[in-house]
Each structure stands twice: as structure tokens, then as C-alpha cells.
Design a binder for this molecule. Structure first.
Ligand code: ASP
Length: 589
């Protein structure tokens, strides 16, 4: 129907007769001349209708925003003084000669350029209109480029794109499953995949050697700004490659991507053991753009006459850590109170601090509600360890190591943001040497990655010291966000059984849930490993979006619903009957 896209016209088209199709972005009546800004996915062109052509003029006069039109006209240079350098098509305009209304439109619930004035719920409910916004169109196009560049890299490196089932059994990645009732096997349920993990491992057992898939994954967990119940992973698995080789190859894939699409050189990614990440950043996804670090001071506080510090300092599971904020002395009481509330979200019961006014005067030069509890030698040792200078402020966390890490780790990022402490724009790294397991609150153990991750030790050593055993897992982190993670997998049944046993999964349960995997490992499973990148998060970071919803065409809300389709929805009695399901009234909150 069209000869050109609106957004691609420029001075080289002057004097050409062209036909455009698109939406009326804006209509303006300038004293007898009608201007239509016509929009399509490539951009906007200004079209002028003058009264000489009565038919098209009358039609142009009748159109309203978001009408779908087709027009023919002559491209001409814009008159002197009306050139718009901010518009791709700003040098030209089209003199309309004929106009056809392909479809009328009701007044949209919000104007595209006034989307900020309406709540996100209105935008999501009318997503088909929201998606017309040039900004979102750009993001969707960028996302499409990202997948195409990644696919090209993987294709060029011999990876095969293989699909895996959506109706399947539980694939444990630490979240709740989405379940689908079976009609043919009444009382039984499929689970939607939390990841293609086990299938991709089976593909390695089958000899495909290199697999990838841009795969939908489903996890029923509490949502945050960077999580969605269904999301997309660039899922990768390889055989006969070492951890080092997998890391090198996927790092190259990501650095190529940034170079090609954004002309950004990410450099070589540093590696950091998990233990150092927790010790210095309180997080397994440290944001290395922020120069602040946590410093353990438990040893200095073990004997002080201040239970809040000495308790955790002497508890094997406790930690006392300090976070020095250079120049932080200028923080006001109110700001410190706000940070105290902030760390409360992470379970911290308070936020002790010391302002360093004069480090040469340990008696009077430190300003703090708690300094009176610290002997002068401790004050001196503390300042020395932190290399504190006059004008600095030191925050403290004293609690279980978990709470201290989470609270100070988050505070560090918050301070980085509030005080704009960023030292660079992009800070990628690999976090390596993760422990195999962590303790659960009920005293059991759980896999830090997933139970198919290979430990760095023998089954015997693993059984003897499960909580100190390391795994061959690795995470790629960018600006404090986990971009991807994976591991070398267990490829021997005996090791897999040892891990299941440690996780307290009985033999019957192993057989029932993972019998097919254990079988496969007994029939010639090669050494294999891989990882998966969160595509939505990657695109979110690359486009500087604040929410993952901005880079997903049809996202769900924080409460895991789709406002557009009203999913999840009720189903008919008949459907339930076919599934032998009776719904109990939901328990009132
Ligand atoms: N399946 C893992 C995940 O979804 C990634 C991997 O280990 O490859 O987190």
C-alpha cells in the first residue's frame, strides 16, 4: 500500500510522489491549511493539505488523533525557517494530494506524548496504544536487534537452536511452579519450566554438543521491578568445554553485543570469588561502579562493652562490618534517620555511625552516639583499618552475617545512587567459586544454584563438608544486576545421587522426579556445562530502562496479572469438570 515509511523520507526524496500509510499523530489547523503529523514505526512526517484540493482538505479536516490513513503527495523542502533539526524528516514535508481514511479511531485513553500523566495501570490496560509510543517502539526494536546479534554469534559458533517442552515436569530453580492440570491424566499436573535446565542437559547426553534457545521460563515468585512471572532466557549448554572456556566464550558474546549495538567496550571482565563479593560488597552481584566497600571489624569489637557489637562479633554466624563514606560527614540527621529506616527493610535493627571530625583527637574528634562504648585503642584501630580521613562517616552493621550483608550491601548501592558516587558507566564482572549449598532457616541445606551444579570436590569430600564445598558455578554481573549464571554440571550419576541425598531427597523421590536424568547420566553423559542470560534484564540495562516491564511487549503487573487480557481469568464449569477440578472459595485475606 505504501511507497515509503513516513520516518525514512529526507531531502533526497524532494519532488517525488510518494504514498504513506500510518497513524495521525497530531492534526493542526493553521488558518486554512491543515497539518497532519503522520506516524509509522519509522517516525513522523509532516503532511500539508491546502484548500485547493477540496476533497482531501475536507477529509484531512475530519481526521482525529490515531486515525489510520493512507495518503499520496509530493515531497517538498520545508519553507525557510520551518526546518526542524530535531526531526529525522525535519527538512521536508509532503504536500498531500489525496487522502483515504483506512480506519477511524476513538479518542485514545491517553495521548501518546502525555503517557506520563496516566498511571502505568492505564498504560498496561491499553498496551496496544502504549506500544505505539516511539520510545517503547525503539526499545522493542533494540530488543529484536539484541536477539538477532546473539543468535548470529551462537549460530556462527556452532550452536544449534533446539526447542524444549513447555508442558513438562518441575525443573527446580528455587521458585514455585506454575501448574497446568492434565485432562487426559486426571489429577496429574504439568509444570511450566522454570528453565530448560534438564532438557538441555539431556541434549548434551544425546550428543548435540552445543545448544541454545531463546526460551520462555516461568517462576511463580514474589515480583520486583526486575522480575516477571514469565521471562526470557538466552539458554546455552555445551559439552566438553571447561568452566574457563565457557566463561571466555560467553564473555566474548556479551562484549561483542555491546560493541556492535552501542559501541561500548566492556573490556575484560574481572573475576571475583563469591567469598570476596560477600565480604567486601555484601552481595553476590556487586555493583563495582560504586567505590564503597564493607570492612569486617568483628575482631576489634569482640571485647567492647557494647552488646550490640560484641554479641555478633563473637557469634560464629554474626558479623560486625563498617562502611566508610568519604565526605559523608555532611549527611544530616534526617538523612541518617532515612538510611536507618532503609536498612530496616533488610532486618537491621539500627544503623550505628561515627562522624570523623578530627581523627587526630580520638577523645573528642569523633561524633557518634556509640563512640562512648568504644575504648580509645579500638577507635584508633578502627580508623586505621578503614583509612578514615577527617570528613568521613562510618556506618556499622552488627547482626547475623546475612542481615549485615544484605543491609550494608543495599545501603552501599543506595549511597552510590543518592550521592552519585559512580566511577564508571559499565562495571561487568564474573562471580565465581560459589558454595554448593547454603543453610536454610530450618537447619537444612539447599543448593545455591540448582542441584545439577557440579561441586569442585569428590562426592566423599562433599558429603563430609557440604557447607564449605565450592561449586563450579559462575554468574555474570553487570552494574549490580545478575545478567546470567550457570555452571559445569554433574555428569556422573553417583555424584548426582550424593547431592540429592545431601538435599534430603529420598531415593523414591529421586526416582520419581529425576529418574530420567539419573538414567541419562548412566548412559554415556559427557562432561557438560552452560549458562543462561536473562534477556529482559539485559535489554533493560542496555536501554537504561528503570523497569523490566518497559522492555517486554506484554508484561504482567507486580501482582502477576495481565491488565490487558485480564489473565488469569475464571474458567467455565464445563472446563473444570473435564479436568475433575472443583475450586474452593479462596480463603478471605
Ligand atoms: N538453568 C539456570 C537458570 O535458569 C541457568 C543455568 O544453570 O544454565 O538459572
Amino acid at each position: 500500500m505504501r511507497s515509503h515509511y513516513c520516518g525514512e523520507l529526507n531531502a533526497s526524496n524532494i519532488s517525488q510522489e510518494i504514498t504513506l500509510c500510518g497513524w495521525v499523530h497530531r492534526r493542526r489547523d493553521h488558518g486554512g491549511v491543515i497539518f497532519l503529523d503522520v506516524r509509522d514505526r519509522e517516525g513522523i512526517t509532516q503532511v500539508v493539505f491546502d484548500p485547493d484540493r477540496a476533497d482531501s482538505f475536507a477529509l484531512a479536516d475530519s481526521v482525529r488523533n490515531e486515525y489510520v490513513i493512507k495518503l499520496t503527495g509530493l515531497v517538498r523542502a520545508r519553507p525557510e525557517g520551518t526546518i526542524n533539526p530535531n526531526m529525522r524528516t525535519g527538512e521536508i514535508e509532503v504536500l498531500g494530494t489525496s487522502l483515504e481514511i483506512l480506519n477511524a479511531a476513538q479518542t485514545p485513553p491517553f495521548q501518546l506524548d502525555e503517557h506520563q500523566a496516566v498511571g502505568e495501570d492505564i498504560r498496561l490496560k491499553n498496551r496496544f496504544i502504549d506500544l505505539r509510543r516511539p520510545e517503547i517502539q525503539q526499545k522493542m526494536r533494540f530488543r529484536s536487534k539484541v536477539t538477532s546479534v546473539l543468535r548470529r554469534y551462537l549460530d556462527d559458533n556452532g550452536f544449534l537452536d533446539i526447542e524444549t517442552p513447555i508442558l513438562t515436569r518441575a525443573t527446580p530453580e528455587g521458585a514455585r511452579d506454575y501448574l497446568v492440570p492434565s485432562r487426559t491424566q486426571q489429577g496429574s499436573f504439568f509444570a511450566l519450566p522454570q528453565s530448560p535446565q534438564l532438557f538441555k542437559q539431556l541434549l548434551m547426553v544425546s550428543g548435540f554438543d552445543r545448544y541454545y534457545q531463546i526460551a520462555k521460563c516461568f517462576r511463580d515468585e514474589d515480583l520486583r521491578a526486575d522480575r516477571q512471572p514469565e521471562f526470557t532466557q538466552v539458554d546455552i549448554e555445551t559439552s566438553f568445554m571447561s568452566e574457563e572456556q565457557i566463561i571466555a566464550m560467553t564473555e566474548e558474546m556479551i562484549t561483542n553485543l555491546f560493541k556492535e549495538l552501542m559501541n561500548i567496550d566492556l573490556g575484560t571482565f574481572p573475576r571475583m570469588p563469591y567469598s570476596e563479593a560477600m565480604e567486601s560488597y555484601g552481595s553476590d552481584k556487586p555493583d563495582l561502579r560504586i567505590p564503597l566497600t564493607l570492612v569486617t571489624v568483628s575482631d576489634l569489637m569482640a571485647d567492647v562493652d557494647f552488646k550490640v557489637f560484641s554479641g555478633p562479633a563473637t557469634d560464629p554466624k554474626g558479623r560486625v562490618a563498617a562502611l566508610k563514606v568519604p565526605g559523608g560527614n555532611s549527611l544530616t540527621r534526617k538523612q541518617i534517620d532515612d538510611y536507618t529506616k532503609f536498612v530496616g527493610i533488610y532486618g537491621a535493627k539500627g544503623l550505628a555511625y561515627i562522624k570523623v571530625n578530627d581523627k587526630s583527637n580520638l577523645e573528642e574528634g569523633l561524633q557518634s552516639p556509640i563512640v562512648k562504648f568504644l575504648p580509645v585503642e579500638v577507635r584508633g584501630a578502627l580508623l586505621e583499618r578503614l583509612e578514615a580521613q577527617d570528613g568521613d562517616l562510618i556506618f556499622f552493621g552488627a547482626d547475623s552475617a546475612k542481615i549485615v550483608n544484605e543491609a550494608l550491601g543495599a545501603l552501599r548501592c543506595k549511597l552510590g545512587e543518592d550521592m552519585d558516587l559512580y566511577t564508571c558507566e559499565w562495571a561487568p564482572l564474573w562471580v565465581v567459586d560459589f558454595p554448593m549449598f547454603e543453610e536454610t532457616s530450618d537447619g537444612g541445606i539447599t543448593a545455591i544454584h540448582h542441584p545439577f551444579t557440579a561441586p569442585s570436590c569428590s562426592p566423599e569430600d562433599l558429603k563430609a563438608n557440604p557447607l564449605t564445598a565450592l561449586s563450579q558455578a559462575y554468574d555474570m554481573v553487570l552494574n549490580g544486576t545478575e545478567l546470567g549464571g550457570g555452571s559445569i554440571r554433574i555428569h556422573q550419576a553417583s555424584m548426582q545421587e550424593a547431592v540429592f541425598e545431601l538435599l534430603n531427597i529420598s531415593e523414591e523421590e529421586q526416582e520419581e522426579k529425576f529418574g530420567f536424568l539419573l538414567d541419562a547420566l548412566k548412559f554415556g553423559a559427557p562432561p557438560h556445562g552452560g549458562l543462561a542470560f536473562g534477556l529482559d534484564r539485559l535489554v533493560m540495562l542496555m536501554t537504561g530502562s528503570s523497569s523490566i516491564r518497559d522492555v517486554i511487549a506484554f508484561p504482567k503487573t507486580q501482582s502477576a496479572t495481565c491488565l490487558l487480557t485480564q489473565a488469569p481469568g475464571e474458567v467455565s464449569e464445563k472446563q473444570l469438570k473435564e479436568l475433575s477440578i472443583r475450586v474452593r472459595k479462596p480463603v478471605a485475606e
